[in-house]
Each structure stands twice: as C-alpha cells, then as structure tokens.
Ligand binder design. Structure first.
Ligand code: S3P
Length: 165
C-alpha cells in the first residue's frame, strides 16, 4: 500500500482520524508533528520561539522526507502544504486526503489551545480565516480527496474515506 497522507487546517481532526483509519486498515500511523518534536528535542511552541516559523518549516520538511511512507498513514501539520517540496513528496509517495471543517467548528475544537503558535494572540477566528484563505488553494491543489468533517462523527468520517479509497 502507498502512504495515506492526511492534510488540512489545524483542528480538522487529522491526528484523531489517522489513528481510527490505522485501526481499520491495520497499518501503522505516524504523526509528523510528534516526529518533529522528537527530532528537534523540543516542543513546537519552543521551536517557533527559538527558530522562527522558517526554522520550523525546515525541520518539518526534513522530517516529512525521512518518515516511513510506504504502508503508513501520516498525519501532517496544517502548514505542510506551504512548501512545494512537501507537496511533491506527498504526491509522489501516496494518496492525499484533505480534511476540512468550518471555521466555527475549528474554533470550537481549538478553543483555549496554547500549543499552536500561529493561532495565539489576537482574534482567533480572524487568524483562522486569514491563514485558511491563504492556504485553501494549496490544500485543493494537493489533495486527491476532500472530506468535510463538520458535524460528523469519527466513524462516519472514516467510512467516508474508506468508501473512496
Ligand atoms: C501548523 C499546524 C500544527 C503544527 C504547527 C504549525 C500550521 O499542526 O504543525 O503549529 O502551520 O498550520 P496541526 O495541524 O496538527 O495542529
């Protein structure tokens, strides 16, 4: 089996769905953000603080390239599509599934979250909207499949993905 990459904005359920999908398909799951933390030896907020967003993106790119792809489900970070190298790597190695959710739902899921540096400070709804608008075309242009997760239960989302594979 080729890799299955889950892409999409923060708070769209990539991590949760990757594990549920992994159970159904009986294949291992890798979380790119977790691998980044292990590789860097520090938390994501600290990487942003000490190395800036571009420093984080460099580590993200390196990590994605080194991850086991074949026969794996990979949950990526929301900004993985920003670099052309990452988009090309995922397209070459697997099937790419874009998980979407409404801004309201993302806001509900990430309310009071302090682990995502790009969303802290200022009006969260505004930040989500601005970042999403800037990325929408990249998600669209990269994904083979688009799944709206808004208001859906985990099992429903997994079944929808499985029916399209
Ligand atoms: C980011 C998303 C985060 C994490 C980092 C940057 C982004 O991952 O990689 O905070 O740029 O959208 P999740 O999408 O898993 O929250």
């Amino acid at each position: 089996m080729k890799a299955i990459y889950l892409i999409g904005f923060m708070g769209t359920g990539k991590t949760t769905i990757s594990h549920a999908l992994g159970e159904h398909l009986n294949v291992p799951v890798t979380d790119c953000d977790e691998a980044i933390v292990q590789y860097a030896g520090k938390s994501i907020p600290r990487i942003f603080e000490e190395e800036g967003e571009q420093g984080f993106r460099d580590i993200e790119q390196q990590t994605l390239r080194q991850l086991h792809a074949e026969n794996h489900i990979v949950a990526t970070g929301g900004g993985v599509v920003l670099r052309e190298e990452n988009r090309a790597h995922m397209k070459k190695n697997g099937i790419i599934i874009w998980l979407e959710a409404s801004t309201e739902e993302i806001l509900k899921r990430l309310d009071s979250d302090k682990t995502r540096p790009l969303l802290t400070g200022g009006d969260m709804a505004e930040r989500i909207q601005t970042l999403f608008d800037a990325r929408k075309e990249l998600y669209e242009g990269t994904a083979h499949m688009r799944i709206d997760t808004t208001g859906k239960a985990k099992d429903e989302i997994v079944h929808e993905i499985l029916s399209h594979l």
